[in-house]
Structures are given as C-alpha cells and as structure tokens.
Design a protein around this ligand. Structure first.
Ligand code: CA
Length: 226
C-alpha cells in the first residue's frame, strides 16, 4: 500500500479519561493527534496545528463547542465531528446553523469514533470543493491555505485582516460599507469605526499592495486592482 500522508485530528475534550482513550485509538490507527481541553485552546490549536478533522465535544469550559464550531466554520471547511451527551440537541446542531459534518452521542465506543472519523474524512476528501482562492490584480486571498499574497509574495495577516481582505476581493470593485464588513467579520454589533482600525493595519501589512484598498467617502471601502 502506498504511504498516505498522516491525517491530523484535533481532539477537543475536557474529560481527560475520554480524551486519553480517543487519542490512543486514533494514534493506533495511524492518525496524528493534538488535544485541547477547552474552547479557547481548541481555537489556538486549530490555527497552529491545522487539523484535517476536529473531534469537538459540545460541553466545554470557557468557550463551548457550539461557539467554537461557529468560529471555525466562519473561516474554514475543515470537517467537524461533534460529540455530545445530549441526543435531543443533535437535530439542532448538525448541518443547521452550525455546519458540523456528523455527530456522535456519548457514551460511544472508541472504535465507532474511529470509523466515523474515517467516513467523514473520506467524504471530505472525495467531494469536489469550490476553490476559495480570490484574486484582484496583484492581490490574492487563499481561504483554503488561509493566506494572502501581494504579487505572489506571502503577506502575513491576522484572521480578521484576511477575512476583511477576502470580503473586499469578493465584492469585485463594489464599495462595502463598514456595517457590511463587520457582518463579514461576524462582529455586527461592534462600533463601525473598528473597521477603520482593521483597514489601517491591513494596509500597513499589504506593503506594495496597500494602495489597492480605497476609502470611499461616506460609504466605506473598496478594492481597486493594482
Ligand atoms: Ca465535556
């Protein structure tokens, strides 16, 4: 059999005993794993570890699984396998506003989890996904790799800056209001002037491409190909 790239699984589970078992089974099956015991850590590791799949417990300290899933789903198509002790919540969770790919109810057998992980990875790998690379002149935003480029050179951006830039590129030259941009960032209730601060930082990071973001007086911002 040809060697397959090791798939990475992020196990988000606050009960150490359960997390131990899951990691042991997944590693025995050839997966690489990382563990987060709370929602905040889950988001950190999602960014740092770039998992191929997230096994996400619903009930978590600090930031619950639902909020974690929403945050991740706003920025990524990474498969999420939800783990919940509440069977009745499942309908509300799966596929709806959340975007989880599948779910498992507790108590579960670790073998079942591994089988489910494989099935979800297979589905995710098989489906042709729309490309999420957007271009406008020299500016390129790649939401799959989660990076931006200016004339082919990688520009280091924060997730907020990247999403802001992606929204402007997708608007294809149309001006977006500050409120529209906040909606894109998932922060609709924040002061609209926050956008100005984000744009200022974004321009600074963009270097030679900074002129691409044009201020439209009385409206907001638009991207002009440079
Ligand atoms: Ca829990």
């Amino acid at each position: 059999m040809e060697a397959m790239a090791e798939k990475r699984i992020l196990v988000v589970e606050d009960e150490p005993r359960i997390a131990d078992v899951l990691e042991r089974y997944l590693r025995a099956e050839g997966f690489a794993t990382e563990r987060a015991a709370n929602g905040r850590r889950a988001l950190e590791l999602w960014r740092a570890f770039r998992p191929d799949l997230i096994l996400l417990d619903l009930m978590l300290p600090e930031i619950d699984g639902l909020a974690v899933a929403r945050t991740i789903r706003a920025q990524s198509d990474v498969p999420i396998l939800m783990v919940t002790a509440k069977a009745e919540e499942v309908d509300r969770l799966v596929g709806l506003e959340l975007g989880a790919d599948d779910y498992i109810t507790k108590p579960f057998s670790p073998r079942e989890v591994v089988a489910r992980v494989r099935a979800v990875l297979r589905r995710a790998g098989g489906a042709a996904r729309p490309s999420r690379v957007y271009r406008a002149g020299a500016v390129e935003v790649d939401l799959d790799a989660f990076e931006a480029r200016c004339g082919g050179e990688r520009v280091p951006l924060s997730p907020t800056q990247l999403r802001l830039l992606a929204a402007l590129v997708r608007a294809e030259g149309r001006a977006l209001s500050r409120h529209e941009l906040l909606d894109e960032l998932g922060e609709p209730f924040v002061d609209a002037r926050t956008v100005d601060a984000h744009v200022k930082n974004l321009r600074r990071r963009l270097g030679p491409c900074s002129g691409a973001i044009e201020t439209v007086r009385g409206v907001g911002y638009r991207l002009r190909p440079v």
